[in-house]
Every structure is written in structure tokens, then in C-alpha cells.
Design a protein around this ligand. Structure first.
Ligand SMILES: [Zn+2]
Length: 222
């Protein structure tokens, strides 16, 4: 009987002292997060086009790499487009206005935690570096932009800073989002990198790290 009692006491003690160790693997950090990716341009709108390299094609490839990376970290990811068409899916009478209107609607349709519009820049051949834009009236957007910028900086080495803007896709959407210019197609060196599949994966990884930082630092936990 004594033996029995001490066994029960020991068992009760062990139960009280036992604290489950929860291992959160890196693959779970974005679980329950819904993210929309918006590869800029498409269809009749190539976006920037330099030396035979079209922005819309690379935006799509980078977005696919990003989708894959975010999904391995547990996020649910939707895309505004998955092929070489704009939102109107017309191959005649291209209208930027129609495309952008439908794009903003589609982003909000998914009610995401956040969205990213993916673009490539073009200017003089000496300009280079990634840059992240947020809607000028969104403090949350500024925080998100800052987290993503800091991580991208370690990859792209950019000397640019985050910037406020009133781009339509940021202004017209209800959802939190930023627009990322991954680099300059007009810069020969950066163009070479931006065409490279391995570089798309590196971009995807840096952007995903920035998103994790954002959720970790600023967003309420589930
Ligand atoms: Zn663009």
C-alpha cells in the first residue's frame, strides 16, 4: 500500500513538473498566414524591357520561387496571375486602368494577411539595387517594408532606402501590402543576376525572412 502511495505521489509530481517542449520548426513560422503575390504586368504589358529581357516574365518566375519558399514555411499563397496574361486576359486593347482595377480587386478577394507586388526597375545603366515601397499613409506598410528591405539588403547590397508612394496597387487595396522592385534590368550586372534561377531562390529566401521578421516583431500572435 505504501509502495502504491509513493508511486501515485511520484506520478503526480512528474505530471506537475512536466512541461511540454514545443519545437517550432522553421517550416511552421508562417502557418495560418495567407499571402498574395502579385507578379507585375503580363500579357501585352511587358513592363520594363531591356536587351531582350522582359520584366513581366521575370516577375512571374521570381513570384513562383517566392510561392514555393513561403509554402515550405507554412503559408497559404495565392497569385494574381500564374501565366503570361494580365488581369483582363485580353490579347487586344490593352488597358492599364482595367488591369490595375482588377488586380486590386483580386488581391483583396483573398483577404490576405499581406500581399507583395513583385517588379523590376529600369532607369540609367548605373542605377542598381532593390527597393521596397509602402503606401504613404500606412504605418503597418512601412514596418513591413522595413523588415523586407533589411533582409533583401544583405543579398542585393542595395544603398536605397524604403520609400513611401501612392502606387495604385498600394492605394486601391484594403489589404496590407508592399511593392518590391527586386533590382534594375537596365544595369547589366543586376540584369545578369535577375535572369538567374538560383538568384530567384535567394531573393525568395530573403523576402520570406523579412516577412517572418515582420510577423515576429509587429503582428499579434495567433
Ligand atoms: Zn513593373
Amino acid at each position: 500500500m505504501k509502495k502504491m502511495m509513493s508511486f501515485i505521489i511520484l506520478f503526480a509530481l512528474c505530471t506537475c513538473l512536466y512541461k511540454p517542449v514545443i519545437h517550432v520548426s522553421s517550416s511552421q513560422l508562417l502557418s495560418k498566414r495567407v499571402i498574395v503575390l502579385d507578379p507585375g504586368h503580363g500579357g501585352l504589358d511587358n513592363g520594363a524591357s531591356v536587351a531582350g529581357v522582359n520584366e513581366d516574365e521575370l516577375n512571374l518566375k521570381i513570384s513562383f520561387a517566392l510561392k514555393e519558399e513561403l509554402e515550405t514555411r507554412g503559408a497559404t499563397v495565392y497569385m494574381t496571375r500564374t501565366d503570361d496574361q494580365d488581369m483582363t486576359r485580353r490579347d487586344y486593347n490593352y488597358s492599364k486602368q482595367d488591369d490595375m482595377y482588377l488586380r486590386a480587386l483580386k488581391v483583396d478577394e483573398y483577404q490576405p494577411d499581406l500581399f507583395l507586388s513583385i517588379h523590376l526597375n529600369s532607369s540609367s545603366s548605373s542605377a542598381w539595387g532593390s527597393q521596397v515601397f509602402y503606401y504613404k499613409k500606412s504605418e503597418e506598410g512601412q514596418r513591413l517594408a522595413s523588415c523586407i528591405h533589411d533582409q533583401m539588403k544583405t543579398l542585393t547590397g542595395t544603398r536605397k532606402n524604403i520609400s513611401s508612394s501612392s502606387f495604385y496597387i498600394l492605394r486601391a487595396t484594403q489589404s496590407l501590402g508592399v511593392l518590391i522592385e527586386c533590382g534594375f534590368l537596365s544595369n547589366a550586372n543586376e540584369r545578369g543576376q535577375l535572369k538567374n534561377k538560383a538568384y530567384h531562390k535567394k531573393l525568395a529566401s530573403a523576402i520570406s525572412d523579412g516577412i517572418e521578421d515582420y510577423f515576429h516583431s509587429f503582428s499579434a500572435p495567433f
